[in-house]
Ligand binder design. Structure first.
Ligand SMILES: Nc1ncnc2c1ncn2[C@@H]1O[C@H](COP(=O)(O)OP(=O)(O)OP(=O)(O)O)[C@@H](O)[C@H]1O
Ligand SMILES: [Mg+2]
Length: 344
């Protein structure tokens, strides 16, 4: 977890949040029917986009990742949760080619990715963002965006000798970048150095940049960490929009309330292993999950709620029990059902 914003950065970030980002989230129906059989660690998915087997990575004596089998469902939003040090970021690094495992195989969209370098992985349509943002501070926001694009003709030697070829592509890239920057309310910052952005805006830039490659799977490592509360809602909406546009999302988040709110499926890691999987309701009631967070024999309180998302009945309290989170989810789903019936 990291919160890298200062109060003055907060103010900068809040500036770019318009009224619509402050309103209550629009409930959207969850994607269901993702798994085959009882939800348990490693359960098969109807249409998996990632399939990983026996993926292990140790650092000295620490088994950072020790996953027997994992499938990520296509076309849905999956949250990867677990206490600090559970191995979530290490798993992201392995799956995206930023780190090498001690053993294991995995595939993306039916293609084996074991041993494939990170830049090739992203060209294949799997992109990720980092827990600590990697925006390049001494480049402008626009330059950062262009770096995110794949197959840039200007990079190739022969075509780089014929400027008209890359110029027209450069214009296209710039248009696409501008469109994305508008969507993330960063268009007015296009010519500013990335270093001048607030922590939250850098997170948005990273997400916008990842979309330059037109990915099929977007992996977000703590996209909300350090983001000003005023921007949180729009970030959540951006994530939900990715699914609406046909992308698959896998994200790491510590706030159970947010997980409950946007995830269709939840995978829980502890000490490198997958300890539970299921829809958000089931997972939050799973004793293995409560144990992973709190150890046995403690109060059933998943507790970590930042209060950044307004709830159906008003603002979220700073801490909620699993039962309270589930009850709220049920109320919200009922509201979605009713509004859908009304529109039939
Ligand atoms: N490069 C590294 N060298 C040594 N140990 C590492 C390295 N990267 C991760 N670890 C260790 O591996 C374990 C898993 O770390 P990881 O960062 O994957 O956890 P995480 O679930 O992402 O935690 P958080 O929620 O705090 O981000 C931890 O014990 C961590 O200290
Ligand atoms: Mg991490």
């Amino acid at each position: 977890m990291s919160s890298d914003m200062t109060p003055s950065e907060d103010a900068v970030a809040a500036e770019s949040a318009d009224e619509s980002t402050m309103t209550s989230p629009t409930p959207r129906p969850k994607t269901t029917g993702l798994h085959v059989g009882d939800p348990a660690p490693g359960v098969a998915k109807v249409d998996p986009i990632i399939v990983a087997d026996n993926v292990r990575r140790s650092f000295g004596g620490v088994h950072a990742v020790d996953v027997d089998h994992l499938e990520i469902p296509r076309g849905a939003i999956t949250a990867l949760i677990g206490p600090n040090g559970a191995g979530k970021t290490t798993l992201f690094n392995l799956l995206t080619g930023f780190d090498k495992p001690n053993e294991g195989t995995w595939s993306f969209d039916g293609h084996s990715l074991s041993g494939v370098a990170a830049y090739k992985v992203s060209r294949m349509g799997l992109v990720r963002t980092f827990q600590l943002t990697k925006a390049l501070g001494l480049l402008t926001v626009m330059e950062n965006m262009k770096l995110g694009a794949k197959n840039q003709r200007g990079e190739k030697f022969w075509s780089s000798l014929i400027p008209p070829l890359w110029r027209s592509q450069d214009d296209e890239l710039e248009d696409r970048a501008m469109e994305l920057l508008k969507r993330f309310k960063l268009d007015t910052k296009a010519d500013d150095f990335a270093a001048s952005l607030s922590g939250g805006q850098r997170k948005l830039l990273e997400m916008a940049r990842s979309l330059m490659t037109e990915p099929t799977l977007v992996m977000l490592d703590e996209p909300m960490a350090g983001v000003n509360p005023a921007l949180t809602q729009s970030l959540l909406d951006h994530i939900l929009n990715l699914k609406d546009e046909g992308m698959t999302v896998l994200f790491v988040e510590h706030d159970m309330h947010m997980v409950r709110h946007i995830a269709d499926w939840v995978v829980v890691m502890a000490e490198g292993k997958i300890v539970a999987e299921g829809d958000p309701h089931e997972v939050m009631r799973d004793p293995a999950v409560i144990d992973a967070y709190l150890g046995a024999h403690q109060d059933v309180d998943l507790g970590h709620v930042t209060g950044r998302i307004p709830t159906v009945g008003g603002d979220a309290p700073s801490s909620m029990t699993a039962d309270e989170i589930v009850a709220e989810a049920e109320a919200e789903e009922e509201a979605v059902r009713k509004s859908q019936e009304k529109h039939k």
